[in-house]
Every structure is written in C-alpha cells, then in structure tokens.
Design a protein. Structure first.
Length: 109
C-alpha cells in the first residue's frame, strides 16, 4: 500500500500532483507484487502515472518516500472490486490493465 503525504491511500484513477506539486498526473497502476513487477518489467514496487508532459511515468517506492504525491481528487468511477466498504487497491485491478501496460513496456514492436 502506498500513501499520499497526508497519509491517505493512493488509489487507481486518482488525480495527483508530482514533482513537489508542480506537475499533474493520474494514477494508472499500483504495483506491489512480484507478478505485477514482472508484467511491466520493473524491479521494485511503485506507482505508474499518466502525466501529460511525460506520458507514462513509473515512480518507484523510494521516489514516493522522497517526494510524496499530492492528492487533487479521487476518481469519479469506482474501480472494479471496489465498494463503499472496500476502496480500490492494487488487487482490485483487472487483468486488462496489466495486459495494456505489458504491451507498452514490451521492447518488441
């Protein structure tokens, strides 16, 4: 589980600010397990963001500790598997999300 600087949990779909609050982004994927890391070719847990100036950007856990993300707003749509009593987390992602990111990180055209 990853948290914002205020201690609240980072969730897929959240609108955030990175780079000390200067750059907008949207949380696309939360990577916590070995399987998820392997699927997108990273070696450490972290958070994948989509940020207009950069495209997709992966922030490893150590980076999130050094420069925590700032929550702007929560996603309007609930993520699959989420309910009023169970917010979306890494385990709530669909296989399609991982497959889409796997295709982006695959070095073969």
């Amino acid at each position: 589980m990853f948290n914002y600087e205020d201690g609240s949990e980072i969730m897929v779909g959240d609108s955030v600010l990175l780079e000390h609050g200067r750059t907008p982004g949207t949380v696309e994927l939360i990577v916590t397990t070995a399987e998820e890391m392997k699927a997108i070719n990273v070696e450490v847990p972290g958070v994948m963001l989509k940020s207009p100036p950069f495209g997709r950007i992966y922030l490893p856990e150590w980076s999130l500790r050094e420069d925590p993300l700032r929550l702007v707003s929560r996603a309007v749509e609930a993520q699959p598997g989420a309910g009023a009593d169970r917010p979306p987390t890494a385990s709530g992602r669909t296989a399609n999300s991982l497959a889409a990111l796997r295709s982006v990180s695959d070095p073969d055209p």
